[in-house]
Design a protein around this ligand. Structure first.
Ligand SMILES: *[C@@H]1O[C@H](CO)[C@@H](O)[C@H](O)[C@H]1NC(C)=O
Length: 443
């Protein structure tokens, strides 16, 4: 019976692992507002299909297909091309979208200058929308397009292809709250600002309003345009300030200097990140043992030499499989009992892909310790693991028999013995000599 239970438990654990391994998944639900035409975004959707995604389209008020059934998400990823939609079918609410994220579904959300359920959702993720009706405006660089259609240079980010050309953007910016899980991807240019009119006549009123509200000025490069959020479950959501940046029109529109725009590459990179193709890492397993041994002991003794090993792999979208990954150079291992007693670098092992190893001496304290790895970097998944081990003092017969530190005591005992021996010998010998001298005198 016990065997069956443990077999069942390990089978369930294995099944769970298999599900976790399929990782992302290919089904995508695209919720698209009837006012937007699918054909205007053919490059974006075509690119997704080329990469192997199966797209299912649905209007925001359609009941089918549902995003979730009996608590189980129907799709691996959801794209919301509904920047101005105010009413949805009952299965799409900010709460249900947050629920999808906690069920490991990824989201791509587009926003607009209107106040909608999606702008309330963005506020839950620590993005602060400007007052309604204030798009991003910039009069630089000089160009024939309206001031709300802005070429934005792409800054460096681990999740974007280096050297991406500036992208055309039109939409709403947002300020950042203080959530550490935000991943800014595209920021506004320093000459741009959010305002409700193109002719700058309301600019003073806007400054007054923002000062009164204590939010600072809605201007400059501290504003975000496209921002990601990495949840504690490692699902991802990307908020884009406008839907036009995904369109064929913006992908084909040349920049003011005549070169092609980076929109097509940029939207590919952000969906690849959001759908966990890129920067997807996981800890496969961790082991620990005494130096010179192979298996983990039941307990460690204080001052033991301990070897800790972690295996990490990264998802490779080209082969749809997990490959050993040795690219992390700043990971740390902590050996903690309430506080970290030891915090030490956990470097990759040269020549063994995916393996990270360190050897250290256990502290001279006994108690229940934990090996903790907690690696958090912007744009990367959280890598967290913790293993509990007891550290005990040495047994009575495990202490060394000879202590070099005790040499003063050893020397004291030896010198007393030697002294006693010398004294006895001298005293006895002296006595005989005395007698002899006496004898000589009496003779
Ligand atoms: C740990 O993971 C690595 C890489 O995935 C694998 O090669 C190794 O066999 C695993 N070790 C154990 C003990 O499962």
């Amino acid at each position: 019976m016990r065997f069956f239970v443990s077999a069942l438990v390990s089978f369930l654990a294995l099944a769970n692992n298999v599900f976790a391994k399929s990782g992302t998944g290919d089904s995508v639900l695209v919720v698209i507002d009837p006012s937007l035409k699918k054909e205007d975004y053919s490059k974006f959707f075509g690119g997704l299909e080329e990469r192997g995604y199966q797209l299912t389209f649905r209007g925001p008020r359609d009941a089918h297909p549902p995003v979730e059934q009996y608590g189980i998400p129907g799709f691996s990823h959801v794209i919301l091309f509904t920047p101005e939609t105010k009413s949805y079918a009952s299965d799409i609410t900010p709460q249900s979208l947050v629920g999808l994220l906690s069920e490991n579904t990824n989201l791509l959300v587009t926003l607009s200058t209107k106040q909608t359920p999606l702008s309330s959702l963005s506020a839950e993720f620590s993005l602060i929308p400007p007052p309604p009706g204030t798009p991003l405006i910039s009069h630089h660089p000089a160009r024939s397009e309206p001031a709300t259609v802005i070429p934005i240079p792409v800054s460096e980010s681990p999740l974007l292809t280096p050297g991406t050309s500036p992208v055309w953007f039109s939409g709403v910016p947002h300020a950042f709250g203080n959530s550490p899980y935000l991943v800014p991807i595209l920021r506004a240019t320093s000459e741009s600002f959010a305002a409700d009119s193109l002719d700058d006549s309301g600019a003073d009123a806007l400054v007054d309003a923002s000062e009164k509200a204590g939010e600072g000025l809605w201007a400059g490069s501290h504003l975000g345009l496209v921002t990601g959020f990495q949840t504690l479950k490692n699902s991802r959501v990307v908020f884009a300030g406008g839907v036009e940046m995904f369109s064929d029109e913006y992908a084909n529109k040349a920049l003011p200097d005549g070169t092609p725009s980076g929109n097509e590459k940029f939207v590919k990179d952000i969906t690849a990140w959001a759908f966990r193709e890129t920067l997807a890492l996981r800890i496969d397993n961790t082991t620990h043992h005494r130096a010179g041994e192979e298996v983990p002991p039941e307990t460690y003794t204080t001052n033991d030499q301990i070897v800790y090993t972690a295996h990490i792999s990264a998802y490779d979208p080209k082969t749809s499989s997990w490959k050993p990954y040795s690219g992390i150079t700043d990971m740390q291992l902590e050996f903690t009992m309430l506080d970290p007693h030891i915090r030490i670098a956990l470097p990759p092992v040269a020549g063994e892909p995916g393996k990270y190893q360190v050897q250290f001496r256990a502290p001279d304290r006994h108690g229940v310790f934990k090996f903790v790895v907690d690696w958090r970097r912007k744009g990367y998944p959280l890598l967290q693991t913790s293993t509990t081990v007891p550290v005990v003092p040495p047994r009575h017969d495990q202490y060394p028999r000879f202590l070099s530190a005790a040499w003063p005591y050893y020397a004291g005992a030896i010198s007393t013995s030697v002294g006693f021996f010398l004294f006895s010998a001298l005293w006895l010998a002296g006595d005989v000599e005395g007698k002899k001298k006496k004898g000589l005198k009496t003779e």
